[in-house]
Design a protein around this ligand. Sequence first.
Ligand code: NAD
Length: 293
Amino acid sequence: MKLIKGDPIAEAVYAECLATFETLKAAGRLPGLAVVLVGEDPASKAYVGAKDRKCQELGMYSRKIEKPATITQAELLSEIDALNADPAIHGILVQMPLPKHLDTDEVIRRIDPAKDVDGLHPVNLGKLAMDDPTGFAPCTPAGCQRMLVESGIETAGKHVVIVGRSLLVGKSLALLMMGKGKGANATVTVAHSRTTDLPALTRQADILVAAIGIPKFIGADHVKEGAVVIDVGINRIEDATAKSGSRLVGDVDFEAVASKCEAITPVPGGVGKMTIAMLMANTIRACRMRAGI
Ligand code: NAD
């Protein structure tokens, strides 16, 4: 069994970022990312902090915008308008989920598609569906695909079963994997909460992707001998033996499944590392496209 770790692959993405970064710097351009956080959700705060730190580490311009959970829709939209108009900002990410009283779809649609580095604007999702490389693919699916490519795992003609149909992960990854580029040309099945006899379906997968949000949901019974398993899930569970009283696990029961796999991603240290890397890559590309370089 091969362990597909996120760190070395993310480092390869950062090395590419730095090379492009030098070209941009020479042309007097500095890539800038704005991350908007609404409310006090601890997991969202941690994600935003990690994105901000990585921007600074790479030498990019980073702006963290923190707003109270009481912000109105109109106030949030005017914040987005200001970022759309700001020439120092090339990428805008609004950390999800937003508080319930806000209209998430309207917020995403307000972001200039050329700055939508999270890849969730209808224009970018349309470009993804059309195999148009000028769009931005959502970061987590793009990260999963990159992990497969860098690990030398053939996807062409393979049966990829994705469990989960969210736009953020499952549905977008399905579009990527059935596309025509590198790490694609797969035959894709998307399973979800209404799928009947899930184990029978997932056992057909050459490559199984779990994006469900239920700790250790995928067990040995779901996996064919020799399959590749990509675990997107990040779930915090109680663990009395851990110092903090909790730990992170994926949607896959790693201990039960690993010995059956040709390759598998760990949690933590797997796909999560790639999401931030692809966000940085998208932001630098947005800057390059704006500069016409
Ligand atoms: P979501 O809640 O939007 O979607 C979950 C999907 O799982 C739904 O489409 C649902 O139909 C499906 N599902 C739920 N129960 C099921 C069942 N019993 N059988 C089959 N399918 C079922 O979640 P999401 O935003 O797509 O995230 C999924 C997981 O990935 C979560 O654990 C999340 O924390 C994690 N995540 C990780 C990253 C990362 O960077 N690694 C990024 C985004 C999300």
